[in-house]
Design a protein around this ligand. Structure first.
Ligand code: AMP
Ligand code: GLY
Length: 430
């Protein structure tokens, strides 16, 4: 089977690695891929949002299945374009990807279907938003650009001055471009965040192992938001009874609601959940695999991923059970110094061979290229590597991941030293 995976981060490396374990014989292409992915699949130099070129490549190379992973190509309709040429594609069509592509759609959808989420208002007029903010007394408030904004479109405003400045930046100065033509202002939810990804053919939904992301750059959740500095799975607070509650109040109503609104959702549906004292609330939907959650969730999946994906494409998920391995995983992201703001690229990465000798340790590449002349990997992005370990207990998985991190180095490299050890969450659970 000839497979094309769209994307080029650590998440895609984990997906390709898992596909390689399939019992079906596969030939895997990845566009654009990265240095690490290039060691196990063929990287194709096509931009992930270039629909025309991607469809042409798939047609000309007799690709049997395309897995569209990142948000942008999904939201702009890459699955629709592939399917219109008769190519099997994994991921939601654009009418369903709107759950991530438009936060105001997602919020109104949750309201219509009684799915717990923070109270909110949306605005297309800067002046109305400004008047609304002037009347608010309870801070922090959360301000969100409606459309995709490279994961940066959510601002938690601690006071009125910041809030007013934020809406000006988004709506008047258009710091996120068109995505800022509409904004959402919502109540701040206090609690613990849990990521749950589910695979669905639009009718049946099956969850994968829960996970915990670490979004801020510095230890103790300080500093600016990033694409994710590490993850663990399963999430220590995601108990069986909470899973049941989420299933009844969130997962099933979402799938049913989408079906009812003629927006059948097939692919991976990611639920960003805030566990509050009043129970679980949805903070966000993503229409795809999360990053870096995928790097910790897929190693715990005890299924042939390709078989699951094909079951979704054929609308036959009812016939397949999702099985999870026992044990835990931890992923520590090694990033370029200065990320997520400005950073240098092109530094040699040392110690990868030594790290490979540590059992149950996998290094997923995110921002790397392989320099053929020098025969070594160089840094090429903000997030460089996801050092991921598996162990029977979470504590051992964390220890082992850091053992890997300690032997790898590149100039100005940074990482968080508290992955999986958030105060109030894991300390008392491991
Ligand atoms: P997102 O870009 O939608 O993933 O949101 C980024 C982060 O903002 C989330 O992971 C939360 O930490 C935070 N966040 C978003 N909405 C809320 C909210 N209503 N209350 C508290 N935190 C929030
Ligand atoms: N880890 C959150 C995301 O993938 O958006």
């Amino acid at each position: 089977m000839k497979i094309l995976v769209i994307g080029g981060g650590g998440r895609e490396h984990a997906i390709v690695q898992k596909l390689k374990e399939s019992k079906q014989e596969t030939e895997i292409f990845v566009a654009p891929g990265n240095g690490g992915i290039g060691q196990i699949a063929k990287c194709i130099n096509i931009k992930e949002t270039n629909i025309d070129e991607m469809v042409n490549f798939a047609v000309n190379n007799n690709i049997d299945l395309v897995i569209v992973t990142p948000d942008d190509p999904l939201v702009i309709g890459m699955v629709d374009a592939l399917e219109s040429k008769g190519i099997k594609a994994f991921g939601p069509r654009s009418v369903a990807a709107v759950l991530e592509g438009s936060k105001s759609y997602a919020k109104a959808f949750m309201k219509r279907h009684n799915i717990p989420t923070a109270r909110y208002k949306d605005f297309t007029s800067y002046y109305e938003a400004k008047e609304y903010l002037k009347q608010q007394t309870k801070y922090p408030l959360v301000i969100k650009a409606d459309g995709l904004a490279f994961g940066k479109g959510v601002i938690i405003a601690q006071d009125k001055t910041t809030a007013l400045e934020t809406i000006k930046n988004i709506m008047l100065d258009r710091c996120f471009g068109k995505s800022g033509s509409k904004i959402i202002i919502e109540e701040f939810l206090e609690g613990i965040e849990i990521s749950v990804m589910a695979i669905t053919d639009g009718k049946i939904i099956r969850t994968l192992t829960s996970a915990m992301d670490h979004k801020r750059i510095y230890d103790n959740d300080l500093g600016p938001n990033t694409g994710g500095m590490g993850a663990i799975a399963p999430h220590p607070l995601y108990t069986k009874s909470l899973a049941k509650e989420c299933n009844e109040k969130i997962f099933k109503p979402t799938i049913k609601g989408m079906l009812k609104e003629d927006r059948l959702f097939k692919g991976i549906l990611y639920f960003g959940i805030m566990l509050t004292i009043n129970g679980p609330y949805v903070i966000e939907y993503n229409c795809r695999f999360g990053d870096p959650e995928t790097q910790v969730v897929l190693p715990l999946l005890d299924n042939d991923l390709l078989e699951l994906i094909l079951a979704v494409c054929d609308g036959k998920l009812a016939k397949v059970e999702v099985k999870q391995k026992a044990g835990s995983t931890a992923c520590v992201i090694m990033a370029s110094g200065g990320y997520p703001i400005t950073y240098q690229k092109g530094y040699p990465i040392h110690g990868l061979e030594q790290a490979k000798t540590i059992p149950d340790l996998t290094i997923y590449h995110a921002g790397t290229i392989f320099d053929k002349d020098m025969s070594q990997f160089l840094t090429s992005g903000g997030r460089v590597l996801g050092v991921t370990a598996y162990a029977t207990t979470l504590n051992d998985a964390i220890k082992k991941a850091y053992q890997g991190v300690k032997v790898i180095s590149f100039k100005d490299g940074v990482y968080r030293s508290d992955i999986g050890r958030k105060t109030g969450v894991t300390n008392e659970h491991i």
